[in-house]
Design a protein around this ligand. Structure first.
Ligand SMILES: Cc1ncc(COP(=O)(O)O)c(C=O)c1O
Length: 456
């Protein structure tokens, strides 16, 4: 098929709600390790990896060789037939998950993983209400959308599922309490208690959060935040669920799971995305006594599929064998310095944040007012794409660039990415995006125009 045919059929046969990046959508053809090629043969350095999913490089031969062998051996079993692939994966997960987490329920997506975790917490505790965070993202089912703290991702929700309450999130760059760290003494953590006391019965089933909020724009909490919240959650009878869909498997550097960076041992871990380097997977892992509280029968037709299980195990083994958690920390801190040097040079960058190889930049029109600059974000993506770099976006105001390259990239890849970002920002004629005075902002209705001619 030609590019035009693919795009026409995409429009004709897929739901229009499936949005794509770029004014001229990028039609992918093939990929290898940190690179993707489009159908016109243009090569890109991929610093987003699908959506935070490629952990060890696209089509990494050390993963695909095992997947190919498994496809020929046993492609499907379902949860009613035990097989070596699924138990080998579950055993590996038990070895690397924190605390006494040692049993897994495997499914197909992060959405399912979170649903399973909430169901389980309710059955184990006998309580119903669950505290989640504003700006969080939990998935696309009715329950997961109800947990999500972004209006934009809740619009298809006719009635939210009951039992979810949203506490303030630890968004230091835009503190919901108008305070500054560290003099704030992490006051936002106390909102979890206030929300429990005022909007629940006082007995909660769980608290569920991402150690670094992904879709929210890699919002990274102060180091004390989760320890403080953990104590509150325990005081009110809840389980602590760490959503590791974006932060798991070494992504944040040095440790397997993001929550370990905050020195908290969760009761349940959920994951998906990078766990199987692109194969569809969902994981809910917990301690045996919690897993045992699941009432009734459960199947998942594709959960723990042998091919997916082999892909996940091969991915995790590769991360371990090549010490990619250390690489994520080392190359991640080198990358972070590169992004900070861009921030020094380009006024549009209001904040740089993240951990390991999960790094974001937040664009603002004005550093003093922090007015979000979503147009800049879109244009930056276009400019990077022109120069051969793929990045993602996110944030409640759609003004955050999210990057999550494979964990085995090198400093040379980082140099190339930072150079392209620098050139892209320079080409954007940044002055055009600034609304330096209140009058000017009103005049442009907060939507400064891009000088199209200068962009060519
Ligand atoms: C933190 C988090 N949880 C859950 C999900 C839902 O995962 P999935 O899209 O696999 O259902 C996502 C997806 O982006 C996510 O980022």
């Amino acid at each position: 098929m030609t590019k035009e045919e693919i795009l026409r059929k995409h429009k004709q046969f897929l739901f229009p709600s499936i949005t794509t990046y770029y004014s001229d959508p990028l039609v992918t053809d093939h990929a290898s390790m940190q690179h993707v090629w489009d159908v016109d043969g243009k090569k890109y350095l991929d610093f987003f990896g699908g959506i935070v999913t490629i952990s060890v490089g696209h089509c990494n031969p050390r993963v695909t060789a095992k997947v190919k062998a498994q496809v020929d051996k046993l492609q499907h079993a379902s949860t009613v037939f035990p097989n070596e692939a699924v138990v080998a994966l579950a055993e590996k997960i038990a070895q690397i998950t924190p605390g006494e987490i040692s049993q897994s329920f495997l499914s197909n997506s992060g959405t399912e993983a979170n649903e399973t975790a909430v169901q389980l917490a309710r059955m184990y505790t006998g309580h119903f209400e669950v505290v989640v965070l504003r700006h969080g993202y939990s998935g696309r089912s009715q329950m997961a959308q109800s947990m999500t703290g972004h209006g934009t991702w809740r619009r298809s929700l006719p009635t939210p599922a009951p039992g979810f309450v949203h506490a303030l999130n630890p968004y230091c760059y835009r503190c919901p309490l108008g305070k500054t760290y560290p003099s704030c003494e992490v006051a936002c953590a106390n909102d979890v208690e206030a929300v429990i006391q005022t909007t629940t019965s006082g007995q909660i089933a769980a608290f569920l959060a991402e150690p670094i909020q992904g879709v929210g724009g890699f919002i990274t909490p102060p180091k004390e935040y989760f320890k403080m919240v953990f104590k509150i959650v325990k005081n009110y009878g809840g389980l602590f669920i760490s959503d590791e869909v974006q932060t798991g498997w070494g992504r944040t550097g040095k440790r397997w799971f993001g929550i370990e960076q905050w020195e908290v041992t969760p009761d349940i871990i959920t994951s998906a995305k990078g766990m199987a380097n692109g194969a569809p997977v969902g994981l809910t892992a917990t301690r045996p006594e919690i897993a045992a509280s699941f009432k009734g029968l459960q199947i998942s037709t594709f959960g723990g599929n042998p091919v997916t299980s082999v892909a996940a195990k091969a991915t995790i083994d590769l991360i371990e064998e090549d010490r990619l958690m250390d690489n994520a920390a080392m190359v991640g801190s080198y990358y972070r310095k590169g992004l900070e040097s861009l921030q020094e040079k380009h006024e549009l960058i209001g904040d740089v944040r993240g951990m390991g190889l999960l790094q974001a930049i937040e664009f603002v029109k004005d550093r003093a007012t922090k007015e979000p600059a979503p147009e800049v974000t879109n244009q930056f993506m276009e400019e990077c794409r022109k120069r051969g770099l793929l990045v993602g976006k996110g944030g409640l105001f759609a003004n955050v660039i999210r990057t999550s390259p494979p964990l085995n990239i090198t400093t040379a890849d980082v140099d190339e990415a930072v150079r392209i970002m620098d050139e892209s920002l320079a080409a954007m004629n940044a002055v055009e995006y600034h609304s330096s005075t209140a009058d000017e902002r009103r005049a442009t209705q907060m939507r400064p125009q891009i000088n199209a001619k200068k962009l060519e």
